[in-house]
Write a protein that binds this ligand. Sequence first.
Ligand SMILES: Cc1cc2nc3c(=O)[nH]c(=O)nc-3n(C[C@H](O)[C@H](O)[C@H](O)COP(=O)(O)OP(=O)(O)OC[C@H]3O[C@@H](n4cnc5c(N)ncnc54)[C@H](O)[C@@H]3O)c2cc1C
Length: 481
Amino acid sequence: MTLMTAEKYLESMKKTKKQVYFMGEKIDITEHPIARPALNSVAITYDLCFNPEYENLFTATLESGEKVNRCLTFWKSIDDLLKKYKMIQITARMTGRGNARTVGADAINAIGSVSYEMDEELGTEYHQRFLKYLKYIQDNDFTISGSITDAKGDRSRRPVQQTDPDMYVRIVEKKSDGIVVRGAKLHQSVAINAHEHIFAPCTTMREDEGDYAVAFAVPADATGLFHVYGRQPSDTRRMEDDNSDSGNLNHGGNESLLVLDDVFVPWERVFMCGEWKWTFPMIHRFAGYHRNCYGAGKSAIADVVIGAAALMADYNGLSKKSAIRDKLTEMVHMARTIYACGLTSCVEGYCTPSGIYNVNLMYTNVTKLHVGRMTYEIARLAEDIAGGSLSTLPSCRDLKDPIVGKYVEKYLKGVDGVSTENRMKLMRLIEHFCYGQGSVYFLSEALHGAGSPQGQKLLIERESDLDTKKEWAKALAGISG
Ligand SMILES: Cc1cc2nc3c(=O)[nH]c(=O)nc-3n(C[C@H](O)[C@H](O)[C@H](O)COP(=O)(O)OP(=O)(O)OC[C@H]3O[C@@H](n4cnc5c(N)ncnc54)[C@H](O)[C@@H]3O)c2cc1C
């Protein structure tokens, strides 16, 4: 077993035969300028395993003594949950998106713990299959996508009520050697850059929805699997000769529409097949883990945004003004609130029957609900501090233009001692996070990733235990009965 280097990871992506379409063309993701920053963000998760400062967070040692990437392990203690959390923070800060491999890790842990309980209760062999699969991906140090969100069609209808039955991924055929699946998963982070995909249902299924109660894994080059690359705001700036207007020069992410057009899955890769009752714990465990990640990832991106806003205040000569300092303090307060909530959901985690630890459901949902609000407020304050140039700035090409360059240089300058070029670069970075490509990770994903806010409210309500709170109120007020 060997941990892959970033270089080997990039080589492996070259070798994997992927079907990826962008703007009507089939592309090579290792060559295309739009795809490269996302690859870099995955590559860093390989690099950091060899960095003495971070290897303790990015790798884990198995009982056999072998060292593997933390995203390919079961979390067997609170300490594991905390290390995963802190690992995400490091990559989010370095790349401006979360940790590219944690969505796969969350799927691994959700399926790991639920398949164990299924086998105990139903006498199935899903957990043993999953353990073999886990060893395979550990041995190869693969990047895994966690593919959960279905197309869903008419949201007011159940999967079986849809006009088109493929709106949720489903089993279309059961064979002696495996199953054939059809459907699509939407908004798939890192899937384009993955070696393997793990699939699970995105909602709880009912008795008549057994064909939709399916969890499995397929390789990235499976026949019938392809991606349609999702567009991001200002993405084609990456295709310009000079990348400077992109803001975040080397890192980014991508999402895809992942289509399964009658893909064959051998039985050894099937981890749920019709057990509809078990979709409930499966989706809630995945969502719980994944919502927790946002406390670390989005607070780390927020820290970068706060740093950029503070630097912009320096560049504008405003850093000593109390109104600016107050806004920055407000931003820090929100970023740390998000971080602390997520940390609490790890610390208050609990052990499931398989020995795999789950996060605290109340706190992980509180974290995610805050994330979907506070990041937008942090972005608003960053935009407030940066000023209107954020949305009216000329291009970096104009700065270098022989005719207009000197005027751009002269009139976009801030304080003495700071070049216009640096001030413009900083504006672009803030723009990137507030409404450029980075807003996909700082804002849209903060809102919808791991489920839209209403999903968190449902879980918070379920965990609220209002009856006990009523008793406490009665006790203080002297109300009996
Ligand atoms: C950047 C990004 C990255 C993502 N990465 C991944 C990933 O890696 N893997 C993955 O599986 N998923 C991923 N997702 C998907 C994410 O989990 C979904 O976007 C989320 O669950 C919402 O689903 P939706 O986008 O279909 O919106 P919808 O379900 O259409 O929701 C839109 C709105 O309608 C409301 N709504 C929906 N149905 C109902 C109803 N029946 N009654 C009342 N209100 C309703 C919702 O609460 C929400 O307010 C990602 C999303 C984003 C934005």
